[in-house]
Design a protein around this ligand. Structure first.
Ligand code: ZN
Length: 196
């Protein structure tokens, strides 16, 4: 299970907005770096690698803001549309900062955005000073069903396969949210944020 877009709070109107991870490609050639620095359709970011003496450059393409990669003429040959990757988030990986596009259907804003995760999760509740969060509406409902169930089974039916698998997302819920004492308050708060 992985997510290429997630639900966050709109910084303008505070309602539900969607964050979609940007496309990116590592730039290994100086000529490519120059091309992307000059192009109005891309940003270039540099990151330290495992050795802090070497910088890695990435071109960033924002979905919904720049034209589709396929429609941008004269891309360098090392950087054909098929070679780009989209950022994603996996439940077993901790992510703090990431670039992408934020879209809000309420105030109709769309802009480049640097995500701070999971602090900015829309579907999050607080219980005894700790935050419990979900990626989007579907995982928030999954979380609600799990917390309110009596057997607290971490095994869920996989939709694509015919066997029962363990869900990474549910497996990562800290124990403090899973006590019988916590159940009523958490279920109530999750229902409220889901509008159920
Ligand atoms: Zn908004």
């Amino acid at each position: 299970m992985m997510f290429s877009s997630i639900s966050i709070r709109c910084p303008i109107c505070t309602q539900l907005a969607e964050f979609e991870f940007a496309n990116y490609i590592e730039l290994r050639h100086k000529s490519d770096l120059l091309y992307f620095k000059k192009s109005k359709h891309f940003d270039v970011v540099s990151r330290e690698g495992w050795s802090k003496y070497k910088l890695y450059y990435h071109a960033i393409h924002y979905r919904g803001i720049s034209p589709h990669l396929e429609n941008i003429k004269n891309l360098p040959k090392h950087c054909a549309p098929k070679k780009w990757q989209q950022g994603v988030i996996y439940p077993n990986i901790t992510l703090h900062k990431s670039l992408g596009t934020i879209r809000c259907n309420i105030c109709k804003s769309i802009s480049k955005y640097e995500l701070t995760w999971p602090e900015e999760a829309f579907f999050q509740i607080e219980y005894k000073g700790k935050n419990l969060w979900a990626y989007d509406r579907n995982t928030a409902i999954q979380l609600l069903n799990y917390i309110k169930s009596n057997d607290r089974s971490k095994r869920v039916e996989s939709s694509s396969e015919n066997y029962v698998t363990q869900d990474y997302f549910l497996r990562k819920i800290p124990e403090q949210f899973q006590t019988a004492k916590a159940r009523n308050e958490i279920v109530k708060k999750l229902r409220k944020i889901l509008g159920l």
